[in-house]
Design a protein around this ligand. Sequence first.
Ligand code: B4P
Length: 187
Amino acid sequence: MRIVLLGPPGVGKGTQAKLVAAKHKLEKISTGDLLRAELANRTELGKLAEQYMRQGMLVPDDIVNKMVAEKIASLGPGAGFLLDGYPRTIAQAVALEAALQTLGANIDKVIAFQSDENTLLERIRGRAEIENRSDDDAQTALNRFRIYQQETAPLIDHYKKSDLLIEINASGDIETVNNLVEEALAG
Ligand code: B4P
């Protein structure tokens, strides 16, 4: 199984990714986590990514595409995986399709989470208290919402056209959302 999780900042992609990957024994590829690990290790890639992330901007496509393509290639052709937070632009979706084609693989389902902005801001505020992420202050979060609408929301139509999209209301608690995800995967 190869799954993509899409959705606005703070909607719970990372939270659901952990649950789904554990249950279905899938490799979890979270671009946010991979980039934060590069930052923590002060690599050249990390230093570059930090300039974008702390302003709530997307890291340039070529950097993220290369990072994901290498990760997918390292898993081998038959591997199941879950992509959390990738693709986030149409250019990333095109790059993902090319990377999968070289392996003779394809995406099975794209899950798009939705919720209202107040719920998302509340969750990000809660995460800020626990995780101290530099992109979780209110102003940066608003910037991330704006960029989501411009850059990432068009992916919903992109995946609707290929009939892979399942839209899920992510406003409920973690267990409720997880039940909806499992129903969608079973269907
Ligand atoms: P991400 O790490 O993907 O972060 P996110 O979108 O804010 O969060 P997510 O939706 O995973 O929410 P979470 O589960 O934590 O991206 C961070 C940054 O990295 C981006 O802004 C960008 O700069 C860069 N980046 C990443 N991928 C990129 C790409 N492909 N291209 C370019 N740049 C990229 O949930 C949020 C909080 O809510 C948590 O505290 C959680 O406990 C809580 N929560 C979750 N679900 C809940 C529920 N159902 N009910 C109540 N609380 C819930």
